[in-house]
Design a protein around this ligand. Sequence first.
Ligand SMILES: Nc1nc2c(ncn2[C@@H]2O[C@H](COP(=O)(O)OP(=O)(O)OP(=O)(O)O)[C@@H](O)[C@H]2O)c(=O)[nH]1
Ligand SMILES: [Mg+2]
Length: 311
Amino acid sequence: MDIVAELLNGSKLAISRAITTVENEYDEATEIMQKIYPNTGKAYVIGITGPPGAGKSTLTDKITKEYRSRGKSVGIIAVDPSSPFSGGAILGDRIRMNELTMDDGVFIRSMATRGSLGGMSRKTAEVVKILDAAGKDIVIIETVGVGQSEVDIVKTADTTLVVLVPGLGDDIQAIKAGILEIGDVFAINKADREGVERLNLEMEMMLDLDQSETAWRPKIMRTVASQNQGVVELVDAIEDHSTFLTQSGMLEKHRFERTRNEILAMLDEAIKIYLMKKVAGSKFESLTTEVNERKNDPYSAVKSVLSEVLK
Ligand SMILES: Nc1nc2c(ncn2[C@@H]2O[C@H](COP(=O)(O)OP(=O)(O)OP(=O)(O)O)[C@@H](O)[C@H]2O)c(=O)[nH]1
Ligand SMILES: [Mg+2]
């Protein structure tokens, strides 16, 4: 089967195979990515993050259904469901989203990190492109917001939705501080619980403290995802942010910036590999010995290696 042609036609099987190829870093991955690249850049990407158990998957499910009712197709990437924090949520996610998997306009994929968070953001970005090229109007990335790697993953998104819940302990406040800067829209989920007003107030105060000069003030919405309450308004808020980004030219600016960082990161990797190939060997070993025995210094060593390699 011609994976690329089928993928561009939106075939679920082709999407699935392409993702597997990228996930396992098979040789064909680069060629597939190269061929589909011209067809990317059309999807709107939404990142959903927040503390473990906040209701991210439930919200993703409801948001997806809302987008479907608005005639949009949706691709979902659930990253790191195998996190120690979420103990076995992968199965729960699968069951809960079962209904969606029957829908031809929806594609869902879970990506396990297998302890390699580093390459995860790159792989997530590639899966986003696959879903984008396959014609999905909206691509949603769901990830537990507990660290820098997850924040990096979410940076692929045009709009970041941070899901919070009322009545959590103090250490969760710390997590909140870390993911507060990246939120364009906030959902106070489980708004059927106590402490909503307080959390809302705290959030508004934190946003007041934010000195950054962005014309967009993040919106704080309330949802009860399990009851499908507040979801229409939440999707409206996401759309408002999208409109803001488009009309202000910031969407284009952000995407340019992302493309730039992507090329730089790839260059960085390629140069490292090239250097290691060129430099490694007995010559490098003796150079190391020289420096280690103080017959040479590392600064001069780097200079001489560079001038040799760049010749
Ligand atoms: N009371 C209440 N429960 C909710 C609400 N939204 C989700 N839940 C429940 O909260 C639990 C966790 O929801 P998930 O959607 O799995 O949360 P998650 O953030 O995806 O969890 P992880 O992926 O494990 O971090 C489930 O039992 C949901 O049914 C809500 O608005 N109110
Ligand atoms: Mg989840």
